[in-house]
Design a protein around this ligand. Structure first.
Ligand code: URA
Length: 191
């Protein structure tokens, strides 16, 4: 089975959807390929498109801060991916056909990293993995069994940055939830 580095090289020339025509570069993902914790965001923004790395702009800075404060980790101890690997123009939501075309890359990341806990950031990522149409405000605040793993939905950091103090408190609580799920997973044999 090809390793994630080889898969990222394959993905770097992907033309499975029209986002390939407007991207600067593919933002495949980053972090520890053996991490027990994987974050899934929506898709690259302008900063990520320029850097080739996920969550390097304002949202990413907040994510780093909250991972540190609530989980005692850095992004090097996690793997960070997005539902789509190329920037949607004008930061619009990715379309269903784009998410479907990109899905095999995310599935390869999930298979290879094989995390115990997956944290989905915002509506797009949460619906992409959990299915359904329910919004993040209703879905967050609990954990979900998902593919023999634990899924923890939380707000997208961009929503927290828009200045809602309840979202900040909610995201902090969700990350504590994820940390507890990781501790519980460490006490159990892997399945
Ligand atoms: N927002 C996302 O959903 N993903 C990124 O990588 C950056 C911002």
């Amino acid at each position: 089975m090809a390793d994630l580095g080889a898969i990222a090289i394959d993905a770097s020339t992907c033309t499975r959807c029209t986002l390939s025509g407007s991207r600067t570069q593919v933002v495949f993902g980053m972090g520890d390929p053996g991490a027990d914790l994987l974050f899934v965001g929506e898709g690259p923004g302008a900063d990520e498109d320029a850097a080739g790395l996920p969550f390097v702009g304002r949202s990413g800075k907040l994510l780093d801060r909250l991972i540190g404060e609530e989980m005692g980790r850095t992004r090097a101890d996690c793997y960070i991916a997005n539902v789509v690997k190329c920037r949607p123009p004008d930061n619009r939501d990715p379309r269903p056909d784009e998410m479907a075309a990109c899905r095999p890359w995310l599935e390869l990341q999930l298979d290879h990293v094989d995390p115990r806990v997956v944290v989905t950031l915002g509506n797009v990522a949460t619906r992409a993995l959990l299915g359904g149409t329910e919004g993040i405000t209703r879905l967050r605040g609990r954990t979900y069994p998902w593919r023999n793993r634990v899924l923890v939905p939380t707000y997208h950091p961009a929503a927290v940055l828009r200045g809602n103090p309840e979202a900040m408190a909610g995201m902090r609580a969700d990350l504590v939830r994820a940390a507890l799920a990781l501790s519980a997973a460490q006490r159990e044999p892997t399945g």
